[in-house]
Design a protein around this ligand. Structure first.
Ligand SMILES: [Zn+2]
Length: 66
């Protein structure tokens, strides 16, 4: 499995939906470099691994809300 996961999340600094990538145990916004706090990161990564188990395809950008 790939360690780096690309996600689409709401960044509190950009104040919009942005591309976010996992960096080790961190979640980093690709737009502004914002690092999400530990609580959010673990919750998202937990959720992501659940999704990864069910669906092995990446998140469809067309279904994201901009
Ligand atoms: Zn951002």
């Amino acid at each position: 499995m790939n360690d780096d996961v690309m996600l689409t999340l709401h960044c509190p600094q950009c104040r919009q939906i942005t591309d976010v990538v996992t960096e080790g145990n961190n979640l980093v916004c690709l737009d502004c470099g914002w690092r999400f706090d530990d609580k959010t990161t673990s919750r998202v990564l937990d959720c992501t691994s659940e999704i990864a188990k069910a669906v092995s395809s990446p998140i469809d950008p067309a279904s994201a809300t901009y």
